[in-house]
Design a protein. Sequence first.
Length: 237
Amino acid sequence: MSMGNIYLDNVRNLVDVLEHEEMPKIQIAGEKIADSTATGGIVHLFGSGHSILAALEVFMRAGSFSNSKPVMKELEIDRFERIPGVGSAIMRNFDGCPGEVLIIFSNSGKNPLPVEVAQRGKEKGVFTVAITSFEHAEKARNGKIEVLAEVVDLAIDTHVPYGDASVSLPGTKIKTGPLSTVANVTLLHSIYCMAVEKLLEKNVMPPVRVSRNTPAGDAHNKHFADVYGDRIPDLRY
């Protein structure tokens, strides 16, 4: 079997594990997003390093919620994720409101930045969700440091192995084929789909975007700029 096939097998197995092990938590997160969205709330997302990719995944994207708002979009934040105090500084301008949802992505869960973001978010009364590798966090724990899964309201395990990568290079201890981004976005879209289901049960139309590269896209999405534009100004452009 080629290394490419091995990686695809690893992805398939990971998605199966997520479905069988994390669905109850996916349902909780989806319900929280639905409850907040039904009352006009925003879904906040945060990640640093490669985890910022997941935080940007649903921002102004076809098929996602128009009330999705990254806490920050700057890719360079990864250079500061190990420095205490940076997360607290970032969150000084956080506009989360009680009852809204903040999803934090961090594979290791051990760096101060995502932990502080979660702590400051909880102080604002938002419901905090971690999407993180429990295995990596446990093995990477230095002494008694607090990891992300321990400070949030709901922690979802990505089941990504320690070190993230999953395909061994023959004759070495090095691995390629990382899985965390696949796990992050798979869990995230599953949560949003669950939120859609819950909103429809409430007879509330979900704020799902349509591709602007379709005939009806711009007209459909303009409504969301009117509804959420004050808090997500990018929607107006």
